[in-house]
Unconditional design. Sequence first.
Length: 296
Amino acid sequence: MQAPAAAPCGRPAPPTRAPAQRGEAAAAAAAAGGSGRRRALLAAAAAALQQQLAGRSAAAATCAAAGASAPQRLWVLPPRGCLALGDVGADYDGYAATYDALDGGAASAALGFPGLRRALLAQASGDALEVAVGTGLNLPLWDWASLASLTALDLSPGMLDAAAARAAAVQPGAGGVPVRLVQGDAAALPFDDGSFDAVVDTFSLCVMERPQAALAEFARVLRPGGRLLLLEHTRSDSPLLGAYQGATRGLVAPISKGCDWAQDVPGMVAALPGVAVTSQQRHLAGTLVSISAQRL
């Protein structure tokens, strides 16, 4: 099968049937619940945060020029020389080899992240876009029967290489749903307005340099009635824990390579024009939030 043609310089054609899981370990700090255990748990959370999020600092580089071939219904678009994405993507190239162990390992499983991911993805249908796909940790969790196509975007070619391998592995169970991997910037998505029925992001807003701009882009590429689905680190609605996050955001960011765990994600989504929140649920003492919103 031939891949859909990509428009000049990185604007792929809309998908047809036949791009930060970033920073999950920051959620460990939500264990600041009980007053008697607070200091010990916060110390443990800080240690876990430093261990799991090390390696996410900006490093200067340019994107590599390379075409991509892939099996049958798996395509990598556009050719990588077309987009100049800057430092962050190159940094994640070096991080790709250890990403699964850090963001998809035992700590994430113990905190229930796979279940939260699966519950979010189950709400997607039609032509779906996953932003900041990373190494493709979400790919085995999609409800393929509900999808017409899946487009997965990331800033890093190295991450996309790992995601391509995982996408190829899940293809036999995908029911013929076409999957394409696209290199691009979340704050400047290379897609036309109204291209998708669902846009998904998990654990990535906290490391985006322009998260509000990224959210506006997510809304732009949604069709009317389309769903914006987010699972993100956010400032806790517990006054004490939220104040702690706010007071330590400057300390946490360097050891998490830019993850701002005190963003007000519900407030950011509420500020989007033409988008209405339909459901919202907090997890881990309010430091994680699942949001479903609809494009009006």
